[in-house]
Design a protein around this ligand. Sequence first.
Ligand SMILES: Cc1ncc(C[n+]2csc(CCOP(=O)(O)OP(=O)(O)O)c2C)c(N)n1
Ligand code: SF4
Ligand SMILES: [Mg+2]
Length: 285
Amino acid sequence: MKVKDLPSEELLFGHFACAGCGGALAVRLALKVLGREVAVVVPPSCLLGVATFHPQMAFRVPCVNSVMPATGAVTSGLAAGLKRRGQAGVKVVAIAGDGGTFDIGLQALSGAVERGHDFLFLCYDNEAYMNTGFQRSGATPWGAATSTGPSGSRPLWEDRPKKDMLRIMAAHNIPYAATASVAYPRDFMEKVRRAAMVKGPSYIQVLSPCPTGWGYEPHLTVEMGRLAVETGMWTLAEYYEGEFRVTHRPSRRKPVREYLTAQRRFAHLTEGETERLQAEADCCR
Ligand SMILES: Cc1ncc(C[n+]2csc(CCOP(=O)(O)OP(=O)(O)O)c2C)c(N)n1
Ligand code: SF4
Ligand SMILES: [Mg+2]
């Protein structure tokens, strides 16, 4: 996919997200690939809060608001309805945060994938419930401070590993699933293109750094997304026809410390805890 081939038209425009919001960037890029022949389903999340503020609707495509647990059901129902009306060419795209995907929306997503409806589920993963005050989610990585982390000492930080949603989706025998990062737009947009072409369900989870919740300056969003991959804290991968594949490997791995020290949510980590995360990144090369 060539950047010069992308349309200049913006299909997410005029929203109220914080400066440097990785989630808003992810959706903007995805819609450039998907075009106008889509209907989006958005559950409560930062995106819903900042993009569907009546009368200033930021989506330039039809947008349905679902409740958090029902996104998969609303999305598959919409896809079935459009098919019935002879409008199967309209791709239905759920756009949910990690909380609305990994936790509260998981059951309906699982059912929709199992039934094999034709839709794309795009999870913009900022690794916590940002809209309601940075609570931990199943996507919060080990060691990250949130407002509700289970560890009782120092800042409340996460003492459970991140849930592996890519493998959970693969275990459903989904036709296509991928991880991506807003810092690698070509890799991300190519995955959106592939997912949209699939007949049946597809899933993309795009790392979408959040300056407000992670604690870094807004102009560093792309830098955070890149460091995550360069340090091995995030993998760009896809699952297609039953096989996993890494789509981009950094030529030289950077120490995880560079990623951790750049964000307030990891500021409390001790030397030993940093080494633990380094060891985890090293074992998954
Ligand atoms: C069933 C249910 N539980 C809780 C809420 C409250 N709520 C609204 S937005 C939100 C946070 C969503 O987090 P996430 O999906 O990660 O999106 P983000 O805000 O991070 O963009 C929550 C918990 C809700 N609307 N419905
Ligand atoms: S809190 Fe984070 S995810 Fe929410 S709008 Fe601000 S930058 Fe985006
Ligand atoms: Mg979130």
